[in-house]
Design a protein around this ligand. Structure first.
Ligand SMILES: Nc1ncnc2c1ncn2[C@@H]1O[C@H](COP(=O)(O)OP(=O)(O)OP(=O)(O)O)[C@@H](O)[C@H]1O
Ligand SMILES: [Mg+2]
Length: 228
């Protein structure tokens, strides 16, 4: 599903955010991307949906070499992905329901069906009573859940989530993780960036660890890091 070969990202003028990353994630895997603040987790996710381009190396996502994509190719790539951003990126003038439904409509789902799917997801995420609210009046955790609903509305084959539980209390974080696990059980590949070590301990899934832009640990391949 995801393959990175010798991937580096240097931000101008000369800041190495990612250094020579090798990583392989199979279809259907559930992987945590961990590491301290500034380790490069968000940068790595940004490379995977071509928000940023790698300075060096090759990246394959779902069989496509995304280092060589034109605008149409990037749009196609993103249609297959469910993205949860660290800072939500909701449209402030639309309601929660509209934010989620719009994501379905833009890929061609009929309006009624889009709204139905959006409503169902928001209900599952505990936002049944908040779907008519606009993001500015929602709490951080509520906005987080709207963003997760939006990421899931098109049944993505790969979900990339950046700190999806970062703004949630323990109970809601647990609930959100359970939802992501359910999506995973349906066959979706899930990659979650988090610095919440408690989360890694509670859920025994593969953990890929970054530190200062380098891959310093992988629970699936213990002891191999840095040797590739
Ligand atoms: N556009 C940019 N220009 C310059 N430096 C950047 C840019 N984006 C990120 N960086 C730097 O790259 C490093 C990695 O950042 P990144 O956001 O990927 O870290 P992170 O692991 O997601 O951290 P956090 O846990 O705080 O979200 C940081 O030192 C950051 O300052
Ligand atoms: Mg980050």
């Amino acid at each position: 599903m995801i393959r990175l070969f010798h991937v580096s990202k240097i931000f101008p003028p000369n800041y190495p955010a990612l250094v020579d990353i090798h990583l392989q994630v199979e279809k259907g895997e559930f992987v945590f991307l961990s590491g301290p603040s500034g380790a490069g987790k968000t940068t790595l996710l940004n490379l995977l949906f071509r928000d940023e381009e790698a300075t060096e190396g090759q990246i394959i996502v779902n069989g496509r070499n995304i280092t060589r994509l034109n605008g149409a190719g990037v749009a196609e790539l993103r249609q297959e992905l469910g993205l949860v951003f660290q800072e939500f990126r909701l449209l402030p003038s639309l309601t929660a329901l509209e934010n989620v439904a719009l994501a379905a409509e833009v890929v061609g789902t009929p309006r009624r069906e889009s709204r139905r799917k959006a409503f169902t997801l928001l209900r599952e995420l505990g936002l049944k009573d908040r779907h008519d609210c606009k993001p500015p009046v929602l709490s951080g955790g509520e906005q987080q859940r709207v963003a997760i609903a939006r990421a899931l509305v098109n049944d993505p084959i790969l979900v990339l989530a950046d700190e999806p539980t970062g703004n949630l209390d323990a109970e809601m974080a647990e609930e959100t993780m359970r939802l992501l696990l359910r999506i995973h059980e349906q066959g979706t590949t899930v990659l979650i960036a988090t610095h919440d070590t408690g989360l890694l301990e509670r859920f025994s899934h593969r953990v890929v660890h970054l530190q200062r832009g380098r891959l310093t640990g992988d629970s699936k391949h213990p002891g191999e890091e840095g040797s590739a």
